[in-house]
Structures are given as C-alpha cells and as structure tokens.
Design a protein around this ligand. Structure first.
Ligand code: HEC
Length: 469
C-alpha cells in the first residue's frame, strides 16, 4: 500500500466509481452520438424538412446543458473516485498514457467550444457554416472516444507486448501496442453502437414533447427518423459482443462460464443474472421503440420516452457491471490485481511482507488484530466491505478460525484449479501476516458466548454438549 486507503462504508469504493461511471456513460456516449445526430438532422432538415429546425435547435440546448454541465462534472467525478479508490492503478494509466491524456484534453477543449458555438450561432451564421461547426463538434467528440477507448480497453487486455515490459520502466516504448490492444476495435464498435442508440433515445425525449395534434407531420417524421437511430445497435450489437468476447482472454471468460454453468445453483449467478437483465432491457427497448415510436409516432409521449431512457440506463449500468466483472480479479489485466498488488510482486511480498512495505500502516500495525485489519483493507476491501456490499461478515458465515485459515491458504497458494482464481487476487504476505488476517476475520462473526462456556472443563462437562435449540 503506497497510498492511504479510502474506506467507503456499506457500498465500498468500487460502487462510488460505478455509480458515477454509469451516469457519465449515459451522457458521454450521448455527447458523441448526439453530435452526429444533430448535424445529420440539421442537414436533412435543410434539405427537405425545414419545419424540423426549431426542434433541433431546442434539442441542441438540451444537449449542450446535459453534456457540457453534467458530462464534464461526472467526468471529473470519475477522476476523483478512481484516484481515491485505486491510486496505484490510476497512476499506472497516467504514466503509461500521458500523451494520450494530453491529446484527449485537446479534443475535449475543441468539443466543448464547438458545442457552445453550435448552440449560440443558430440563425446567426450561414446555414452551411453552422453545419460545418456541427461536423467539427461531431468529429472532435468522436476522437475523444477513439482516445479514451484505447485506455479503457487496455485495462482489460493490455496485450503481450506491453506485459513483457511492464514494471521495467520501459512501458512507454509499447504505447501503441498497449493503445491498440486486443479488445480495442471490438470495444470501439460496441461503444459506437451505443452512441448511436443513445442519440436516438435522448432525441426521442425531445420529440415526445412535440404536440402531435397541432403538428402531426412534424411529430411523425421526426419521431420515426429519430427512432431509426436505435436500429443499428439492435442489428449489430450481438455480433459486436461476440467479437469482443472472442478477444477477451480465456482466463477472464472463465468467470462468465462459471456464472453460466452455475445457473440455478445460486453459487455465482450474479453475472449471469445481470447479463439476462441486459438482454431483457434491450429487447424491451426495441419493443417500445417499434410499437410506440415507429408504429404510432403521434401517440409517443414523454412517459414512453422516459421509460426508454430508464431502460437504457439499466442496460448501460448492467453492461458496465458485466464489463467490470470480466476484468476481475485485475484492475489492469494480468498485471495488477484490483487491490493494487502487482502480479509480479507477490513472491517478493510473500518473502518480505506486505505490511512491512506499506507506507500507510502505522508501525506495520501494532497488534495482531490491527495487522489483520490492515491486511483486510489493503488486499480485500477493493471488492468487499465489512457489513455492506459483498459483506465479509456474511461471506465468512459460519466458518470458524480453522475454516477461515483454509480459505486464506487457498487464496495464498492460488493454484490454477482453485475456483477463487477466477475472481479473487493472489493473497500476498508472510505466514504471520496471513495469520493476523485470519484472526481479524474470525472476529467478524464471534462464536456465540454460550459455546465458550460449554467447553469441556471437567469430566462431567466432557459429555456430549446438549443440542442447541
Ligand atoms: C477482485 C475482487 C476481490 C478481492 C480483492 C477479494 N475478493 Fe473475496 N470475493 C470476490 C467475489 C466476486 C466473491 C464472490 C461473492 C459472492 O458470491 O457473493 C468473493 C467471495 C469471497 C468469499 C466467499 C467464498 C466462499 O467460497 O464462500 C470469501 C471468504 C472471500 N471472498 C474472502 C476474501 C478475502 C479474505 C480477501 C482478501 C484477502 C478477498 N476475498 C479479496 C471478490 C474479491
């Protein structure tokens, strides 16, 4: 632990990132797709639907506020959260991609300025110049995705060339290989499709507010044209997802397979259930769009539009959850575990100690329980909380000290056939540190006090204990 630990009670720090990231995704991907939507809608309106123009202008105001205010604030929020929750991983990304980030900021500046110019220059500059500003926006915002996608995909699949030099100080020499890593293109394809559908989803919100009685033609044509933005996703997304999964390393897919093969047994079905949610919400979005927006555009009201936004939110959230889970137990695939321990460092930490090399535990923890708690914070709390989400108290359950020790031994030995291999990191530390962790974990569910008293002390008491009621 080179950094202090951020303890978020009940939900854990990963969910803070998750919640901010889900909102950010809904807005940031809309910022990319919506830019293209605006300029294409405007071009079409100028050709043969001039009555669309006031609606598009309204939409561009909504777009500017949502993306420039909420998009940028939530984007900074992600930096805030990842910097606190996983400083070591964040630092690796920054060091590796420093020029990538620099380029990203350039595109952000162009994107934000052109979004403002686009909105404020309606009817103030010539139509053709206005459309050019729209294209400049659309292209620069697409380029922000092109850059960030390399860095996000890298976290799941850094690729062999980068892994070969990881930790040597030569990482930057593999910038391009790391950037165009194995899942770069399928990830980009999936994101482009989501951008297009979010452009449609948010456009339907604006369209749903058009009064269909007064302007039936306007509403019909615009609702239908906007609804079509959802189509490419539903035709191509399954193929893009398969392409993506095909590029994900076997070891990461193991978790999904574990999820699928345990359907019904309740052991580890959460990923599977979440995948089902993604599918069900997607199918419902298609159904609502088809039956309401395409077939009965005049009836399409803000209630329907909100339902589509809500479903899209759930689909995005669930999709992100699956993507995050796929990466477990790593924050940077095969290189750094979610708890910031580098795979290469485990042997050294086993020999020299985990806490002894930690800058942020006082005296390496004074008592055994303090040591155990420090181990728990450092190596387990990236994914577990004590009492809340993925609660350690609940997962330890009835296990006594011996049973806890055997779980820890499995995590420490980390044999390839261990089921924990698919989702938990290699537990690092000396014998003594691991014992401290076991001692600490055993305090989470203290045995009922009656058991202590029932311990055989005298000959009479060594008779079988009476059955507990
Ligand atoms: C990368 C994330 C991650 C880290 C770090 C992590 N775990 Fe887990 N752990 C999981 C997941 C996911 C599960 C499955 C949870 C469930 O089934 O609800 C789990 C389950 C468990 C279980 C229940 C397993 C069973 O067989 O009943 C125990 C015990 C456990 N973890 C202990 C630990 C300990 C101790 C640490 C720290 C040394 C740790 N975990 C670190 C992700 C993690």
């Amino acid at each position: 632990m080179n950094y202090p630990f951020w303890n978020v009670p009940h939900i854990g720090s990963a969910w803070v990132i998750g919640i901010i990231a889900i909102f950010h995704m809904m807005i940031a991907l809309f910022a990319v797709g919506g830019g293209l939507y605006l300029v294409m809608a405007e071009s079409k309106a100028l050709r043969d639907h001039r009555e669309w123009l006031p609606v598009i202008r309204d939409h561009s105001k909504f777009f500017l506020i949502l993306t420039a205010v909420f998009g940028t604030v939530s984007g900074v929020g992600i930096w805030f959260a990842i910097g606190l929750a996983n400083p070591e991983g964040t630092s690796t990304l920054i060091h590796n991609f420093v020029f990538g980030w620099a380029i990203e900021w350039v595109f952000f500046i162009i994107e934000l300025s052109t979004a403002a110019v686009y909105y404020y220059s309606w009817n103030r500059i010539s139509d053709s110049l206005h459309v050019k500003v729209g294209w400049l926006y659309a292209i620069s915002s697409f380029l922000t995705l092109v850059i960030i996608n390399g860095i996000l995909a890298f976290m799941l699949t850094p690729g062999d060339p980068w892994l070969a030099v990881a930790g040597t100080g030569q990482e930057a020499s593999r910038f391009w290989q790391a950037f165009f890593n194995p899942t770069y293109f399928p990830n980009l394809a999936i994101r482009c499709l989501i951008c297009a559908s979010l452009a449609g989803v948010w456009a339907l919100v604006t369209c749903s507010r058009i009064d269909g009685q007064q302007k039936p033609e306007l509403k019909t044509s615009l609702v239908r044209w906007s609804a079509k933005w959802l189509l490419p996703t539903f035709i191509l997304l399954p193929a893009a997802l398969l392409w993506y999964l095909w590029k994900v390393p076997e070891s990461q897919r193991a978790l999904l397979q574990l999820g699928v093969s345990t359907i019904g047994t309740g052991a580890f079905t959460i990923v599977t259930r979440v995948m089902l949610i993604v599918m069900l919400t997607s199918v419902t979005i298609v159904a609502v769009t088809y039956f309401f927006a395409l077939r009965e555009p005049l009836e399409f009201n803000p209630g329907h539009a909100s339902a589509v936004v809500f479903l899209a939110l759930i689909a995005t959230a669930s999709g992100e959850y699956v993507r995050e889970t796929l990466r477990k137990p790593y924050v940077i695939g095969q290189h750094m575990y979610s708890n910031s321990v580098r795979v290469k460092d485990v042997d050294r930490l086993n020999a020299e100690g985990y806490l002894t090399r930690s800058l942020w535990t006082r005296n390496g923890g004074a008592t055994q329980l303090e040591k155990g708690e420090a181990m728990f914070r450092g190596q387990c709390m990236a994914c577990h909380t004590v009492y809340g989400y993925r609660s350690m108290k609940r997962l330890i359950g009835e296990r006594d000290r011996k049973a806890i020790e055997s779980v820890l031994a499995m995590l420490h030995d980390y044999k390839p056939d261990s089921p924990y291999h698919a989702y938990m990191p290699h537990l690092a530390g000396t014998r003594e540190e691991i014992d401290s962790l076991a001692a600490y974990l055993a305090t989470l569910n203290p045995p009922p006090p009656t058991d202590e008293k029932a311990k055989p002390k005298t000959a009479a008491a060594s008779a079988p204990a009476p059955k507990r009621l």
